[in-house]
Each structure stands twice: as C-alpha cells, then as structure tokens.
Write a protein that binds this ligand. Sequence first.
Ligand SMILES: [Zn+2]
Length: 111
Amino acid sequence: MKTMTIVEWQNLGEKLYGNNVDDWEFKCPMCGKVSKVSDFQKYESKGATPSSAYQECIGRYEGKGTPKNQDGKGCNWTAYGLFGIPNDNKVVLKDDDGKTFTTIFPFSKEE
Ligand SMILES: [Zn+2]
C-alpha cells in the first residue's frame, strides 16, 4: 500500500504523463487493464465521470464481469466496492489535513 497526499499524487501524475489529466493512465489492480482518463468519456451516458479512471475498471462499462487474474481485459472492479483493493496494489490519498482517505487505483507507470 502506498499513501500520499493529493498534492504529491498530482505532482507524480504530471511527472509521469504531463499536465493534461486526460492523458493520465491508471491500472486496474485486479485484472491489470490500463485505461486513460479520456477512455471513459465515451461512457458518460452510462454514468462514467472523470474520477472513474482511478476508481473503476473500464470493464464495468464494457460489460465485463469478475476479474480473471491479470488478464488485462477489463473487469467489474471498483476501488470503493465491498471488497476494495488488495493491499499490494492500493494507493491511498489523503487530504493535507491527513484526515480524509480515498482509495484509488495506481498509475499505470507506478512502481
Ligand atoms: Zn479490471
């Protein structure tokens, strides 16, 4: 598990992908599917938001089901779901006051 502040996370995202958040990529910790923020735009009518990229596997919008171990094809996992994310692949964001925690998917390029 990795813990960072929102500012640290934004700085890391800019370092890895540049200033355009649409270009940022996240990796589903369950199936290994990598999706760009902009990939979710076409699923807006199904309820996707800009936050979906770091909290939902794009497979949710493509009719995919339970994750198969790292097949990279998409699944129905979410960071906020009942089962959450396995500790090894989890990124936890905290506000600068250290109080509010959000669990998210890791960047695709993150170690
Ligand atoms: Zn997935």
